[in-house]
Write a protein that binds this ligand. Structure first.
Ligand code: ADP
Ligand code: MG
Length: 253
């Protein structure tokens, strides 16, 4: 597929990518290469200008059902408590009463926030807010998870904790994940497969299987020799794209 915006700028050109169900796939590439645009097209928030985007064999038409989104900036409502924030997506989908309350309590528990049900977002740390956002995304049980640099604003320790949390929740869930990051290490540590994109207009430059066993220890896995080997190969692919994207940014002023 191809995406040209109203401004005339082509962000994606001839992207060809197929993702098998239940896979954890990371999308990496330099800033501005079209990663967020790709997720928006899968989610149905925007439409391609050429080609097709299909989910479960059907062309995307409007907001894709069964997709959950996690952004770098969370979308918590500041005037609602943790409980009410997590319950909101259920209410929007018409799930109410005891069932909604039970599922909400279960997810607050699963992301490790028991005891904070009545807290407001401003009372929480960055990591805790992420946990609320994660519960809010998973509470309605979407089949596909789209994550757009969800942890890049967190400090390294919190980030490692959140990555481990995501892997734990995903493992055995049967969900398909598209995880966007500009961090190669994060991509390798988490994913079954890493897709490297070119500098804009984005295309798929290379795909790598990550043959590291699961369950993975998010910190230990980085010391695996296969990790280092993959990192080197991918960085070779990515370096040119990053330099290219820097050069263009400088030209643009
Ligand atoms: P990434 O997420 O990889 O950093 P994006 O997908 O956000 O990149 O953007 C890709 C390119 O498309 C960027 O150059 C961006 O400025 C441009 N772009 C994104 N959205 C729009 C839009 N609505 N109109 C015009 N250009 C856009
Ligand atoms: Mg982006």
């Amino acid at each position: 597929m191809t995406k040209t915006f109203e401004t005339g700028y082509t962000a994606l050109r001839g992207v060809q990518l197929e993702i098998a169900p239940q896979r954890f796939v990371a999308l990496v590439g330099p800033s501005g290469c079209g990663k967020s645009t790709t997720l928006a097209l899968v989610a149905g928030l925007d439409a391609p200008s050429g080609g097709t985007v299909s989910v479960r064999g059907k062309p995307v038409d409007g907001i894709t059902d069964s997709v959950g989104f996690l952004f770098q900036r969370d979308a918590l409502l500041p005037w609602k408590t943790v409980r009410d924030n997590v319950m909101l997506p259920l209410q929007l989908r018409g799930v109410a009463g005891a069932q909604a309350r039970e599922r909400t309590a279960d997810w607050i528990d699963r992301v490790g926030l028991r005891g904070f049900e009545g807290a407001y977002p401003y009372q929480l740390s960055g990591g805790m807010r992420k946990r609320v956002a994660l519960a809010q995304t998973l509470v309605y049980d979407p089949e596909i998870l789209l994550m757009d640099e969800p942890f890049s604003a967190l400090d390294v320790q919190t980030r490692n904790l959140m990555e481990a949390e995501v892997l734990g929740l995903w493992q055995g869930s049967g969900k398909t994940v598209m995880f966007v990051t500009h961090d190669l290490e994060e991509a390798i540590a988490l994913a079954d497969e890493v897709v490297v994109m070119t500098a804009g207009p984005g295309r798929v430059k290379a795909r790598y299987d990550v043959p590291l066993p699961r369950p993975r220890d998010i910190e230990q896995v980085r010391f695996d020799p296969r990790f280092t080997e993959l990192y080197r190969a991918m960085w070779d692919d990515m370096r040119d794209e990053v330099l290219e994207s820097y050069a263009r940014a400088r030209q643009a002023g």
